[in-house]
Structures are given as structure tokens and as C-alpha cells.
Design a protein around this ligand. Structure first.
Ligand SMILES: [Zn+2]
Length: 133
């Protein structure tokens, strides 16, 4: 069965993130000049405007900032997954990511510890998702 949900648009700016995810490493963009760390990617550093950016691996650990349950499928591909949980995770290293909260999460609460898991949905795309730690 082919994957029938929206996929990220991979471009030269975010390529490193998806390469790392496919290899099982969560990463954030880091500025080689001032050390600013961010996600999503930016072509230049928003703090110092340097174009010298790299992707650095992070722990994959973070805390739950918020979440929402989707009960309606806005794309047909999500019908079988209803209801599914979309979460906002503050990584231990600082940046915030939007992802899916997967696995048992009945005890979800703001500030709860979560950790990354990887879902290889196509040959090219592995989606980082989170579960309760
Ligand atoms: Zn910078």
C-alpha cells in the first residue's frame, strides 16, 4: 500500500534534517558563527544573518508543550488514523517542533517527558514522531 498522506517538501535548506531523520537522528539547524539553534530551517541565521549553517544531532528528548486530537480527516489518507494526536514538543536543546504524539498517551500533560521515534513512511522520508517517555 502506498503512502497517501502529505509529504514534506525537501529542498537544499532542509535536506540535512531529512537525511539525518532517515538515519535515525533528530537534528536542528545550528549557526556555525553564533551557535543559534533552530527548527524549522532558515537559509540564514535569524540572529546574526550568517549563511554558514549546519545540522547537529540532538537527544530526541523533550517536553510536551501542547497537543490536539484530530477527529476529522482533512486528507483521505488520515481517515484510518482517526482520531490522531498532533503535538508541540519543546526539545531539550530548545527549539520547538510540531509532530505527532504516538503510542499510549492517556497520561499526557503539559511538561510531560517525551522522546522521538522514527516512522519511515517512504523510501526518502522518515518522519520524526514523539511518544511519552
Ligand atoms: Zn548566527
Amino acid at each position: 500500500m502506498s503512502y497517501n498522506r502529505p509529504l514534506p517538501k525537501i529542498d537544499p535548506v532542509n535536506q540535512g534534517f531529512w537525511d539525518n531523520a532517515r538515519a535515525g537522528t533528530l537534528s536542528v539547524q545550528s549557526c556555525r558563527d553564533c551557535g543559534d539553534r533552530r527548527y524549522p530551517a532558515s537559509p540564514v541565521c535569524p540572529k546574526c544573518l550568517s549563511a554558514d549553517q549546519e545540522w547537529i544531532g540532538v537527544s530526541g528528548k523533550g517536553t510536551l508543550e501542547s497537543w490536539v486530537d484530530f477527529h476529522r480527516a482533512y486528507w483521505d489518507g488520515f481517515k484510518a488514523a482517526l482520531p490522531y494526536r498532533v503535538c508541540l514538543v519543546r526539545l531539550a536543546e530548545g527549539p520547538v517542533m510540531v509532530s505527532n504524539l504516538v503510542g499510549p498517551s492517556d497520561h499526557a500533560k503539559v511538561g510531560a517527558a517525551v522522546e522521538v521515534v522514527f516512522d519511515a513512511v517512504t523510501e526518502d522520508v522518515t518522519l520524526p514522531k514523539f511518544r511519552m517517555a
